[in-house]
Design a protein around this ligand. Structure first.
Ligand SMILES: Cc1cc2nc3c(=O)[nH]c(=O)nc-3n(C[C@H](O)[C@H](O)[C@H](O)COP(=O)(O)OP(=O)(O)OC[C@H]3O[C@@H](n4cnc5c(N)ncnc54)[C@H](O)[C@@H]3O)c2cc1C
Length: 380
């Protein structure tokens, strides 16, 4: 076992940290209040290569490993997860899927601009009545010979407005159930696509979440990803990797809140001493640090398995469930350590607590991760 990062991994971690601590922090509270998409930061991070960091350089990406991805997402999420979610969706749910399962023509036309950060991607799986039960797709992709005709509604789509390239999951053969589902690359400006209102969310408020409606949208046949009926498998495969990103995001939220709580506990005095000298506070800090360290190991192990071409689906489900759950616990304690100051926006920790909640919900709720993990335990 080797617990040391390579020079390249350390460099990427430092670059993400520098950007987060110097730039993201400046307007994080304001962006949250205004629920404003961080367009300027996404452009800068694209310029630094983060949107396509894991994509093969042959297709315009950075060719970095999943460990570097975890380190970068953690650093960005310490400050603002509305930014890191864009990096995660683009790398894991869109770019990686097209790179592994797409045709050379799809990679040339769609992956290259995505990997270079010139375009943003979005992943459209969830529907008003298909969330955890993602196989109950009602969006229809009717096979019309040269093209598919797309009709239906997708819900809760991150990057829905800012993206140019959608990966859409839809049903072609309802009688085949999940085996009849397909995945498509759809250009957002195709006629027949409209967006619902920007969702007014509890946390990650400046991430760009909308429902997306498809009315007789023509999708060229060559935009289907993989074999006919491969779409559900595509979704499950990209979510295995996506969960590493969301686990790292939860880890970052927890460690960002911890850093703030530790600093505050050394400054704030009560009963004639800094509050960290009260054992009740010191033990909270100890519990938080242990949980964060365990979450970090889960995330890095899942990433290491992926980097070494070993099965990582269960490891990523464990990483996501654990990191998301402890992110909620750690951020709640960080607010508690700040006392009344933790309850106001200026100190950042209440925002981190609101952001943490989403990591238990999207890309598979904590309950769904437990289903994935327990099924693997129970099968022969
Ligand atoms: C801000 C935000 C951004 C999102 N971004 C995207 C995106 O970019 N693309 C995308 O496709 N989706 C996205 N989602 C959707 C997200 O993945 C779903 O919300 C999530 O999968 C849960 O689905 P649901 O909301 O329909 O809840 P439901 O599936 O209705 O679940 C409700 C509750 O029931 C529980 N539950 C359901 N089934 C079971 C079961 N079998 N056993 C035990 N408990 C169960 C769930 O865990 C949950 O607690 C986003 C969601 C949000 C809120």
């Amino acid at each position: 076992m080797n617990f040391e990062f390579t020079e390249e991994q350390k460099m990427i971690q430092q670059a993400a940290k520098d950007y987060a601590q110097r730039e993201l922090i400046k307007d994080a509270i304001e962006r949250d209040e205004k629920a404003e998409f961080p367009a300027k930061h996404i452009k800068n991070l694209a310029g630094l290569g983060f949107l396509g960091m894991m994509t093969d350089p042959k297709y315009g990406g950075g060719g970095m490993d999943a460990i570097s991805y975890v380190l970068a997402i953690e650093e960005l999420s310490k400050v603002d997860s509305s930014v890191s979610v864009v990096v995660s969706v683009c790398n894991s749910l869109v770019n990686w899927g097209i790179e592994i399962y797409g045709t050379e023509e799809q990679k040339e036309k769609y992956l290259k601009p995505l990997a270079r950060g010139e375009k943003i991607g979005a992943f459209l799986l969830s529907e008003p009545e298909a969330g955890s039960d993602a196989s109950s797709q009602r969006t229809m992709a009717e096979d019309k010979g040269d093209y598919y005709l797309l009709n239906g509604t997708k819900n809760w789509i991150s990057n829905a407005n800012s993206a140019s390239t959608y990966v859409v999951i839809a049903q072609t053969y309802p009688e085949k159930k999940y085996r009849g589902i397909n995945a498509f690359i759809v250009e957002k400006d195709s006629p027949g696509i409209s967006l619902g209102k920007h969702e007014d969310k509890m946390g990650m408020r400046s991430s760009d979440t909308h429902s997306v409606m498809f009315t007789d949208v023509k999708v060229p046949k060559e935009n289907r990803i993989g074999e006919d009926g491969f779409g559900f498998k595509y979704a499950m495969k990209v979510l295995d990797g996506g969960r590493i990103g969301i686990a790292a995001q939860a880890l970052g939220i927890a460690s960002g809140a911890f850093d703030l709580a530790l600093k505050y506990s050394k400054e704030r005095k009560a009963f004639g001493t800094e509050i960290c000298n009260h054992q009740a506070i010191a033990f909270k800090l100890s519990d938080m640090a242990v949980k964060i360290e365990a979450a970090r190991f889960f995330c890095l192990k899942a990433a290491w398995l992926k980097d070494n071409n070993m099965p990582y689906g269960i490891a990523s489900a464990m990483a996501k469930q654990y990191s998301a759950d402890i992110a909620m616990e750690v951020t709640t304690e960080a607010v508690q350590i700040h006392g009344g100051y933790g309850y106001v926006k200026e100190y950042h920790v209440e925002r981190l607590m609101r952001d943490a909640k989403l990591t238990q919900i999207y890309e598979g709720t904590s309950e769904i991760q437990k289903i994935v993990i327990s099924r693997s335990l129970l099968k022969d």
